[in-house]
Every structure is written in structure tokens, then in C-alpha cells.
Design a protein around this ligand. Structure first.
Ligand SMILES: Nc1ncnc2c1ncn2[C@@H]1O[C@H](COP(=O)(O)OP(=O)(O)O)[C@@H](O)[C@H]1O
Ligand SMILES: [Mg+2]
Length: 498
């Protein structure tokens, strides 16, 4: 529910409750004053406050009064009295006439034996002719007129109307009822206040606390989303902001860690050849290389270390440029088979001189067109083959190259029969600076960047690279590339034609 509706509801609620309370109070006060719930409609007629009878009853009473004034003895006539009583009974009142202590007429509607005693005494001045009285829990209002009969005896004529006992009760309980009403009003107000506080203010406070957390740099909390109202939406926006912030903080942390690790790796890898070079140079300077053969060996070592260094710096440079996506890829459409054949031909002499048997099974049927950056893809093949050579421990050395293509993609496998890679290392070999056995490999000059570079390049081609290996038996490196789409093919073919 939206806050606007909540506020509207709460104000409307308060208004309705106030109105109801007001109406109830008015009714209760009216009942307390008039003593009758039926007389409510007459409440605002001022004369009625002074007059306990209704208008019709009053007019009958006035008739009786004038008879009593002018011709009091007529009131001894039972039929006449019956007639008036009948008229009064229609109006829900009744007649009572007395002479001295004796009851001359008492309407049969009064079932009150004690009524005679409850009635007021004679007052021939007729000072108070309208009033109320109680008989046994019952409540009556009346108008009376005192007069003298012709024989001088005193008489009274009463028009009496019974009021609801509820009126009397209300009259007694009025203060309690009013306090009760005020209590209900206050309670309703409190409940509405609590509702608004709980659904609006508390949640806003929570939001403020969260903002303070963020200000203090603490992002590890969660905002509970309970409702979908305006505050809920605010919470949601806030929560997604927090998540974003946390992500970016994490990422920054990750980058920072990466940078530190990279620097430490680089300094470590550079230091090793430099220390060696320094050692040999010192040897020459101190005259340790005192024969031309020794000197030549020293110089050769220095040279080969410098070459290692050069290669390492080169790889680092390439890797960091690839990492920063600063190297543009020059894609060309080529037949993957032709490309691999060219690579193998280039490498075969070198490999065979190392006693490695190179086989390739490229299934010559049809060309497999792919988009390649030739120079970079050559680097991939070279890095993989260099590893195969580097991690070879068998006397019969062999490297096999094969190609499988399906409808969408082409997969190249380069398989060797070298030392293999431990299972737990396989998932890491594409990470930069990772070496399965650092101690041994550093001696052979590997930087741990070869496969990381290969992966960057394959990624740049939109392909994927992976390895499978059996320790002691050999390793297979695979990479898969998407085939060039037919549309690309035709456009490129026309390009080549020109
Ligand atoms: N053909 C392979 N046979 C055995 N181990 C391999 C092979 N290729 C890669 N590895 C393992 O993967 C690690 C990472 O390879 P690479 O990134 O080229 O770094 P390196 O500079 O050490 O060759 C190597 O150190 C080696 O342990
Ligand atoms: Mg390598």
C-alpha cells in the first residue's frame, strides 16, 4: 500500500472516528437531557427543553388546564377524563387527576402502585408545573396544574409520560461514557500513529542507518525488502546501489591484489636471469674466466640469459597489452587446414632436429574457413608446441596435430607424449605465471605466460581453449574456433578476387 493511501486512510479514519464519536456524544447528551431516545428529533427545539411533553401532549394538557381553571368540577366527570386519557395514550402519555389525597383518575397504563407518593405536593401558585420524577427505577416526566374545586378542595391534573430507563442510566453514566469516548478517540489515534510509524517512519530510520553504514564504508549488510510501496522501492534502489558499490569495491580489491601479484611475479622472474648475468660478469671481472674456453662459455651464458630476459620482457609486454585489450586483431578469412599446414612446415625442421616426430592428420577433403589473426594464431600454435617440446621426457618423442570440424566450429588438438600435467594443475595452467612445477620449469626458462597469452588470443577470436592430460603419458591441448559464416565467406571471397 502506498504511503499516500496510508496517510489518506489514516486521516479519513481519524475523521470518521471523530464524526462517529461526535454523533454518539450528541446522542448521549440528548438522551441524558431529554431522557428518551425517541425524542432525539425534538432535541433542538428549545421549548422542549423546558417542556417534558410533545407538542400534541402539551396542547391536550393546555385544554385540561383551561378546564381546571374555568370549570374545575368538569374534571369530576369520569367519561371526560377517559376521553382525554385516550387522546393522551395515543401520544404515549397518560392522565392522572387527584383531589386532596384521593386519586380521582389514574390511567390504566400506569402499573405503579407507588406513583401516588412520588407525585409532587400541591402548589396552588403553580410555580413549577413541569418536572420529572422516579418510581422504582422507572423514570417519568410530567406537566401538572394545581387548582381548587368549587367546594374549595385542592385538585391536580397531571399529564405524565414515561421516559426510557436508558435515559436515566445515560444521565448517571454520562461522565464515564464521555471519558470512554475520549479514550476510544485517543486509542484510535494511537493505533493509527503506531501503524504509520511502523510502516513509514521505522523503515525510513532503517534506510538512514543503512546510509550511515555506507558512509562509514561498511557495505556488508542487507536491506530487507518487505513491501513494494514507495519506501520499498527506495529500499530496492538503495539495495541495488549497495550491491553495485560492493561489487566495485570487490573488483578494485581484486585488481589491486592482481597488480601486487603481477609486480611480485615480474620482479621475481626478472631477478633470476639478472642475478645469473651479474654472477658471470663478476666472474669475468675477477679473472675467473682465465682461459679463452672459459671466457667463451661465460659470454655464451650471459648471452643466453640476456635472450631469456628479452623473451620474458617480450612476453610480459604482449601479455599486458592483450590484457588491456590494446592489441588490435587483424582478422582474415583463411582455411584452417592450410594455415596449420604452413605452421607445421615451418616448425618441422626445427622439431625434427630435436628428434621429435611430428604428425598431422588434417583430413584434406574440404576447406575449413575461419576468421584468424594469422600472426597471433601462429603464436598460439608456437606456445603450445614449445610446451610440448619443453615438457617432453620420452625417448620416442612425438607431437600429433589433428583437426575436427562440425557444422559450426572447428577444433584443433595438439597432442604430445610428454610428462603430462597433474590433475589438480590442469585448471590453472592458463593462468599467468602459473607453472605446474615451478622449480623445474624455471630452470628451463618458462615464464608461465605462454598459455596465458594463448588463452588471451583465443578469447580475442571468440573461441575457447582447454587441456586434457594423463600424467606420465602426455597432454592434449585443444582450441575451438567458430567457423566463418557463409555471408562472411562470400564477401571475403569477392574481396580476394579483386
Ligand atoms: N605439453 C605440456 N606437458 C606438460 N605440462 C605442460 C604442457 N603444457 C603446459 N604445461 C604446464 O603448464 C604450465 C604453464 O605453461 P605455460 O603457460 O606455457 O608456462 P611455461 O612458461 O612454464 O611453459 C607449465 O609450467 C607446465 O607445468
Ligand atoms: Mg610455455
Amino acid at each position: 500500500m502506498s504511503i499516500r493511501i496510508k496517510l489518506l486512510l489514516s486521516y479519513t479514519g481519524m475523521l470518521v472516528i471523530s464524526l462517529v464519536m461526535f454523533a454518539l456524544t450528541a446522542i448521549l447528551i440528548t438522551v441524558a437531557i431529554t431522557g428518551d431516545i425517541h425524542s432525539l428529533k425534538d432535541f433542538y427545539k428549545v421549548h422542549y427543553q423546558l417542556n417534558p411533553l410533545t407538542e400534541q401532549e402539551e396542547s391536550i394538557f393546555l385544554e385540561l388546564k383551561s378546564i381546571a381553571k374555568k370549570n374545575p368540577d368538569q374534571l369530576l366527570d369520569k367519561d371526560l377524563l377517559e376521553e382525554y386519557d385516550f387522546k393522551l395514550r395515543i401520544e404515549q402519555a397518560a392522565l392522572y387527576v387527584r383531589r386532596e389525597k384521593e386519586t380521582l383518575f389514574k390511567s390504566y397504563t400506569f402499573h405503579q402502585p407507588n406513583m401516588d407518593h412520588a407525585l409532587p405536593d400541591y402548589d396552588l401558585n403553580n410555580n413549577q408545573i413541569r418536572n420529572t420524577f422516579n418510581v422504582d427505577e422507572r423514570f417519568y416526566s410530567y406537566a401538572k396544574y394545581d387548582f381548587s374545586f368549587s367546594d374549595g378542595q385542592r385538585g391536580s391534573v397531571f399529564v405524565i409520560r414515561e421516559r426510557s430507563p436508558f435515559g436515566e442510566m445515560t444521565r448517571r453514566l454520562l461522565p464515564i461514557l464521555l471519558v470512554l469516548l475520549a479514550g476510544v478517540l485517543i486509542l484510535a489515534n494511537l493505533l493509527l500513529y503506531r501503524w504509520i510509524t511502523k510502516t513509514v517512519v521505522n523503515r525510513l530510520n532503517l534506510l538512514r542507518d543503512s546510509a550511515n553504514h555506507i558512509k562509514d564504508g561498511n557495505l556488508n549488510f542487507k536491506l530487507e525488502l518487505c513491501e513494494k510501496d514507495e519506501i520499498g522501492q527506495l529500499n530496492e534502489a538503495f539495495e541495488s546501489m549497495r550491491l553495485r558499490l560492493q561489487e566495485s569495491v570487490d573488483l578494485r580489491f581484486h585488481y589491486e591484489e592482481n597488480r601486487k601479484e603481477l609486480i611480485s611475479n615480474i620482479s621475481h622472474d626478472l631477478r633470476t636471469p639478472i642475478t645469473t648475468i651479474k654472477g658471470y660478469v663478476e666472474g669475468i671481472r675477477d679473472g675467473v674466466a682465465d682461459t679463452p674456453e672459459k671466457m667463451e662459455r661465460y659470454v655464451h651464458m650471459i648471452y643466453s640469459k640476456a635472450v631469456d630476459l628479452d623473451r620474458l620482457v617480450d612476453e610480459l609486454f604482449l601479455y599486458s597489452k592483450l590484457d588491456l585489450k590494446q592489441v588490435p586483431f587483424n582478422f582474415q578469412q583463411v582455411d584452417m587446414r592450410r594455415f596449420l599446414e604452413d605452421c607445421m612446415e615451418e616448425l618441422s625442421y626445427d622439431l625434427e632436429s630435436k628428434g621429435i616426430h611430428l604428425e598431422w592428420d588434417l583430413n584434406k577433403d574440404e576447406p575449413v574457413e575461419v576468421m584468424l589473426d594469422l600472426e597471433k594464431m601462429k603464436r598460439v600454435i608456437l606456445n603450445i608446441i614449445m610446451n610440448a617440446v619443453q615438457y617432453m621426457d620420452k625417448s620416442e618423442k612425438s607431437i600429433q596435430l589433428s583437426l575436427h570440424s562440425d557444422h559450426e566450429s572447428v577444433t584443433v588438438e595438439i597432442k604430445d607424449n610428454g610428462i603430462g600435467i597433474p590433475k589438480e594443475a590442469i585448471s590453472h595452467i592458463f593462468e599467468r605465471f602459473y607453472r605446474a612445477e615451478p622449480s623445474r620449469n624455471s630452470a628451463s626458462g618458462g615464464s608461465g605466460l605462454g598459455l596465458a597469452i594463448a588463452r588471451q588470443i583465443i578469447d580475442g577470436h571468440g573461441g575457447e581453449i582447454w587441456a586434457s592430460s594423463e600424467q606420465g603419458k602426455g597432454t592434449s591441448l585443444f582450441f575451438r574456433l567458430n567457423k566463418a559464416r557463409p555471408k562472411e565467406r562470400t564477401s571475403n571471397e569477392t574481396n580476394l578476387d579483386h
